[in-house]
Write a protein that binds this ligand. Structure first.
Ligand code: FAD
Length: 303
């Protein structure tokens, strides 16, 4: 039996982390904070907040992360990209996170300014590669730095091996953890992990799990990011286009199956792309043995 799978005998539970995106409207803000509050008692290792394409959410990402520092017990990580910005501008953002008490950054290059599929042009005075950004962050402060990893290779990479070399450069520059692009076939992840370890990269590579809230949207996004969508997954959602309730049940079953298999095969840390929706993620966490922890105040009241 696997050590991480919850059992009647009470074995170890996996650790989890959650990704959110900064809200655009007051309504989205309410939804985000409801989700944050629902997932907070599961005591994630960290939560992260994305950075809009081209830095478009700079202020909103900062405000969201800052509020998490000030109002929750969570350890937030701020995503940061270097597209369309000078090194000085990016360094200012890094410093503002340090001043706000943030100690963890998810460092990314970002998509080309012209959109996915166009060539990436670094800003002439900017960080050219993510590894340069990682080194820049480490120069500004003693941050924990997480980077991305692509089990099916980044769409721009010439080969998977070339992409693993890029990951090695990010690690050599100071990255201490990677989160993968989402995938649905766990074998893809484990094959990638073998290759990464064979290249001498020994940082944790957290599997990025996307609960399929909307199959059509997920499939479209997967096409753009180079993640494959197996036919069996499409088959499971086929015919449910007008049936949101059944879709949700199927999504929970599919995600549970993936997560339990990862845990069975030794994975101890899972990263969930929440899309700011807590319910499915909460249910999956419950299934793998993660229950809300009492706050100190609740524990005292219960005595
Ligand atoms: P990189 O590691 O920079 O790789 C991009 C390409 O450059 C690859 O082909 C790689 O092989 C190559 N490369 C990298 N370094 C070198 C090098 N030193 N020499 C030669 N080639 C190199 N985007 C956002 O805009 N905001 C976000 O908040 C965000 N969060 C993300 C979180 C995760 C977990 C993931 C997986 C992606 C996220 N993205 C985000 C998307 C990401 O910005 C895009 O996929 C972008 O196109 C690549 O940036 P990267 O840092 O992921 O990849």
């Amino acid at each position: 039996m696997n050590a991480f799978r919850p059992s009647r005998h009470g074995s170890r539970r996996p650790k989890v982390s959650f990704e959110f995106f900064p809200p655009k409207t007051a309504e989205m803000e309410t939804a985000l904070w409801e989700s944050v509050r629902r997932l907070e008692p599961l005591v994630p290792s960290f939560v992260s907040v994305t950075y809009g394409a081209g830095g478009s959410t700079r202020e909103r990402t900062h405000a969201t992360v800052k509020r998490m520092v000030e109002e929750t017990a969570l350890k937030p990580a701020a995503h940061l990209t270097c597209v369309s910005a000078t090194c000085d501008e990016v360094d200012d953002v890094i410093r503002s996170y340090w001043e706000a008490g943030v100690r963890h950054i998810v460092a990314l290059r970002g998509d080309p300014a012209g959109g996915l599929g166009t060539a990436y042009e670094p800003h002439p005075q900017g960080y050219h590669q993510t590894s340069d950004l990682v080194a820049g962050i480490r120069r500004v402060g003693d941050f924990e730095v997480t980077v991305s990893a692509y089990p099916e290779k980044h769409p721009e990479a010439a080969s998977l091996d070339a992409d693993i070399e890029a990951l090695k450069k990010k690690v050599d520059a100071g990255a201490t953890r990677a989160i993968t692009q989402f995938f649905f076939d766990n074998d893809v992840y484990f094959r990638y992990l073998d290759k990464v370890r064979a290249r001498g990269i020994d940082i944790p590579i957290l599997p990025g799990i996307v609960p399929v809230q909307n199959f059509k949207q997920t499939a479209n996004f997967a096409r753009k990011t180079g993640a494959s969508v197996p036919q069996w997954l499409a088959d499971r959602f086929e015919g449910l286009e007008e049936d949101a309730a059944t879709r949700r049940l199927v999504a929970a079953a599919v995600c549970a199956e993936q997560v339990l298999d990862l845990i069975d095969r030794g994975v101890s840390d899972l990263h969930f792309y929440t899309m700011n929706k807590a319910d499915l993620v909460y249910a999956i966490c419950h299934l793998v043995g993660l229950k809300p922890e009492k706050t100190a105040a609740q524990a005292v009241a219960a005595e």
